[in-house]
Design a protein around this ligand. Sequence first.
Ligand code: SAH
Length: 367
Amino acid sequence: MPDQHASALHPRLVRLIEAEGPMPVSDYMARCLGDPEHGYYMQADPFGRSGDFITAPEVSQLFGEILGAWVVHAWEAIGAPDRVALVEFGPGRGTLSADMLRVARLRPAFLGALTLHLVETSPRLRATQNQTLANCGAAIDWHDSTATLPDDVPLLIVANEFFDALPIRQFVRDRSAWRERCIGLDDRGALRFQAGLATLDDTDLPPHLKSAPDGAVLETQPVANAILQDLAERLARQGGTALVIDYGYAQTAVGETLQAVRNHRPVPVLGTPGEADLTAHVNFEAFARAAHCPPVSARPLMTQGDFLLRLGLLERAGQLGAGRSSGVQDGIRDDVERLAAPDQMGNLFKVMALAPAGIRLAAFDEA
Ligand code: SAH
């Protein structure tokens, strides 16, 4: 058994469970990632080759530049308004916004129209973002949640690997009911999974899930769905578009996707709370339902590989490598593979776009 006492958050979780009883997976996830003192995103900079994991914007500037070009196109598609909010959720180190804005600078009218809004709860990462974006050419506002986002201008929203960090609930099939999975204590005081008392109302579940075998695990993402619904309602009122990129599945299915990663390696979910990244795959079918708010709806889901290739990943990579050493060119080729190859990030990561009907979106609405 892993040593669970190695983390600073562990004793606090044990005390909470002793006082209040078994804790749903969603609470565990929220505390591990967001505890103000010992939460994962509150204490460390986990990104990059030396961190725990690497995200697309940290793999290559090509990713952010292509998203930047998409956003400029979206701004034009909604009529090039003279005031617009570019909103990034969970900006990490700020690399994606910096790369997007480098492209935006090529369109001074766009840069002049926008303010940048970053939704980020970690004070530590806010400081890093502030540094990365010091010369980005736009005024920046930080937000704890969607509640304080501007409500009088169109929004151009981007979220890369944000929704996978939001708390999910897990339910375990047990004699024709779905019982919530919780974290309790074994008789030696170590954290362990156990069934809780709450059950899932399965009225809306697809029929094939109603006959799932005992022990099957079903995940739900109430927090993520609520945020997406809020964004769709805002887009319906204020205008604009959203681009959501994450790893996930296109149809509701049973299966456990909650995982912990430390040092680029999977580790036990209960092993070192607060010191490993915890994520779960995103259910894009649930997202499409949450985002349905006429005239706004989700466009058909696309893989990250298709999305980047349609927007000229290979051509941009060629430009970036032109006249450079063969070592640099090999590096760029590796990055392109990493971002778009089906066996790397290309298929696992999906891209969902939201926009009012009739707005033409690059990559999604092309012949
Ligand atoms: N988009 C970045 C980082 C992804 S990691 C990239 O692609 O590199 C997840 C990010 O979301 C971190 O910045 C983390 O601090 C932030 N985050 C996690 N939960 C959050 C929440 N509930 N509200 C706002 N930000 C959150």
